[in-house]
Design a protein around this ligand. Structure first.
Ligand code: SAM
Ligand code: SF4
Ligand code: SF4
Length: 341
């Protein structure tokens, strides 16, 4: 079977550029907006280990994606650092031809003890998710009692060790942590971290999402402008999801990821691979395409490549853009922790 040399373009003329790889569905936190404890308790059955892609299977898959135009990878989960030797995967991904950038998204709980290994493995950038600097609020959101200081220590080490910027993701929920926004921005400004405010999204089916709980980026910007002079800056590249802002005194930048109030489907060039080897072309997809079975039943690289390209070519996803229209199905969506955000 001959495969076209061309990179695939989807039905809305979007190329494939980024791949987000979830390496585990397990997590040491139980964030209310992602894996609420009420559901993900002791009786919850996580994926069987035999169903999780091995690092070798991930490498083979990434090599194929790089032949479709993927240049950037993000390792995520679940919590990627709970999977054994996550750094080894990064060192195996690093030499793949065409891959220019490897990032990791983590809750930071295991960052301090892993940062040296991650750096040596070739990790370029890191994003740490942190929703409050108040221990009590942090525990309320993350669903675990865990010393916040350990995460802050990990962030400081990451800042020292990595050449690329360290970003902080803060999901803002009304009446839960919206009053923490200024304090978080002050902390990030002081430590030269790039804060991204994320609107609470209707990912998955279990986080009791309601528009009432979303704090729009517009509203947050107004709050921020009461304290600082800030101005919008251009995206780093076409398709960057965050709307970037800079402090007028030159002391850094922050941004908004406004999937609810300001959808960015038009430039969405991300695919997602779940820990059990399913390919998702949208964060809000209902089904993934089972690549693992193909990987495990002697399918040739050429046929796999053709399948991946076809999948991307057929893609029409634009959930956020259509969120408030009748064309959105009410069927079950994939859970965020299984494809990693
Ligand atoms: N465990 C890692 C972490 O928390 O950084 C990686 C996986 S987590 C699913 C990736 C990102 O998704 C995190 O920044 C998290 O805050 C975000 N996220 C999860 N559920 C969300 C939701 N309902 N709305 C907005 N962001 C969400
Ligand atoms: Fe775990 Fe990240 Fe989901 Fe929180 S957001 S429950 S840390 S996977
Ligand atoms: Fe991309 Fe789907 Fe998010 Fe739109 S809703 S930006 S298509 S992942």
């Amino acid at each position: 079977m001959k495969t076209s040399q061309q990179n695939p373009i989807d039905q809305l003329a979007r190329p494939l550029r980024d791949l987000r790889i979830s390496i585990t569905d397990r997590c040491n936190f139980r964030c209310t907006y992602c894996m609420p404890e009420s559901h993900y308790n002791e009786s919850y059955q996580f994926m069987d280990r035999s169903n999780i892609l091995s690092y070798e299977e991930i490498i083979r898959t990434v090599k194929l994606f790089s032949q479709c135009g993927v240049k950037k990878l993000r390792i995520t989960g679940g919590e990627p650092l709970v999977r054994k030797d996550c750094h080894q995967l990064i060192s195996m991904l690093k030499p793949i031809q065409g891959i220019e950038d490897i990032a990791l998204t983590t809750n930071g709980a295991l960052l301090s003890q892993n940062i040296d290994k991650l750096k040596d493995a070739g990790l370029d950038r890191i994003t740490v998710s942190l929703d409050s600097l108040d221990q009590h609020i942090f525990e309320k959101i993350s669903g675990k009692s865990f010393p916040l200081q350990n995460i802050l220590d990990g962030i400081a080490l990451a800042k020292k060790q990595l050449s690329g910027p360290v970003k902080i993701n803060m999901v803002v929920k009304k009446d839960i942590n919206d009053h923490c926004v200024i304090e978080m921005l002050e902390y990030c400004k002081k430590h030269n971290l790039i804060l991204r405010f994320i609107e609470f999204m209707d990912v998955g089916n279990l986080n009791q999402w309601s528009t009432k709980d979303v704090v729009s980026s517009k509203k947050l910007l107004k709050t921020i402008e009461k304290k600082w002079n800030v101005y919008p800056i251009d995206p780093n590249y076409k398709g960057e999801v965050a709307q970037r802002y800079q402090f007028s005194d030159g002391s850094g930048e922050f941004g908004f990821i406004s999937s609810v109030s300001h959808p960015f489907c038009g430039d969405c060039h991300r695919a997602r691979l779940s820990a059990d080897g399913k390919l998702y072309t949208c964060l809000f997809a209902q089904n993934g395409f089972d690549l693992k079975t193909l990987l495990r039943n002697q399918t040739s690289d050429e046929d796999l490549l053709k399948t991946i390209k076809q999948h991307w070519t057929d893609r029409q996803d634009q959930y956020s853009q259509l969120r408030n229209t009748s064309s959105i199905s009410s069927s079950k969506k994939v859970e965020m922790y299984s494809i990693g955000g």
